[in-house]
Design a protein around this ligand. Sequence first.
Ligand code: NAP
Length: 363
Amino acid sequence: MASLLIYGSYGYVGNLIAREAIDRGLDPMLAGRDHDQLREQVDDLGQSGRRFDLEDPEIVADALEDVDCVLNCAGPFSNTADALVEGCLRSETDYVDITGEIPVIESIEDRDEAAIDAGVTLLPAAALSTVPMDCLAAHLVERLPEATDLALGVDSFRVPSIGTVRTVLEGADTGGAVRRDGHVESVPTAWRTREIDFGRGTRPAVTMPMGDISTAHYTTGVPNVEMYAVMPQPARLALESHRYLEPLFESKLVRRTLKGVAGIRDGPSERARERGSAYIWGEASTDDGERVVSRLRTPDPYVVTTDGAVTVAERVLAGDAEDGFQTPAGAFGPEFVFELDGVDGFFDESTPDETSPVSPLLQ
Ligand SMILES: NC(=O)c1ccc[n+]([C@@H]2O[C@H](COP(=O)([O-])OP(=O)(O)OC[C@H]3O[C@@H](n4cnc5c(N)ncnc54)[C@H](OP(=O)(O)O)[C@@H]3O)[C@@H](O)[C@H]2O)c1
């Protein structure tokens, strides 16, 4: 059997992914930089483990020499992806991760040629952000091939894991982002608010700098992409005021305190994951006013992330993805999302009316 190494396997999401990979018979090697946490997980799950940090590219490449695919779960990925991608290129190992960080996806895309030369697949963002949104984007552009603009959105607000909070805080200095004329453009945090019907009535959603700004563009070629997320009122106000509070967030003391507060819990419980769900919405439009809208409903974001990452790794190990930089829908097509448990079909609206109280998902 081809070999899979899960880096950051003892983090909250890494541990969910490791357990899922074991359940599917992938026999993953567990890996990370901390001896004690890795030892404890190796003993608990009865798998082999490999401890290495990401300081020296030679050591990383040596550690991956006998590995067919790395699944990187160690975030913030701005601190880990470069080193693991470099190690993968040197050792001719395929690379998958669960990042939602735009700069990370962009810098992996920059390694496209090197990956083709090395005969390696680089497939970042195999998670909630971006598997369902990427597949929905590809589906929308199949419906409207001349689309010039994509707006995508997710309504799934839930208590995040500590790792997600850390990642958001790490990226907080950079504000928001959209894609304009093919380029990532910085905009203020929560730059635009839009009333969107995700399938259960309209809700206000704000622009968010999620990885879909990168993946949806590379999958479809559409030059303008905006990504929206529903936020409860207090979080929305905090985000909007973040614009004015940005200098405060730059204070190391404030960020350390926030991280400390967020560190009270690891992530949502099994019960919360079983009950959770995400509503995904997308709109493709043209300059001359043509528009199509489609929706998707998925299980809980952490369930989708776990299922998505392991399913992508399985497909990459099976040799189903081409060499070079890949996106989920670019590699496997828009219907790839239906390989995930509990995702059944696109809900297409031919004449969108965002204020309509009736939605196909509610019928
Ligand atoms: N795209 C999406 O939709 C999506 C969904 C869910 C999660 N995520 C992302 O996934 C990441 C993990 O989340 P989580 O909840 O599992 O976080 P977590 O519990 O904090 O786990 C993070 C893991 O990364 C490792 N790590 C962090 N920095 C490292 C470094 N510089 N070198 C080596 N290892 C490092 C940690 O090891 P140590 O303990 O040794 O530091 C730990 O194993 C976050 O960035 C989160 O935002 C993305």
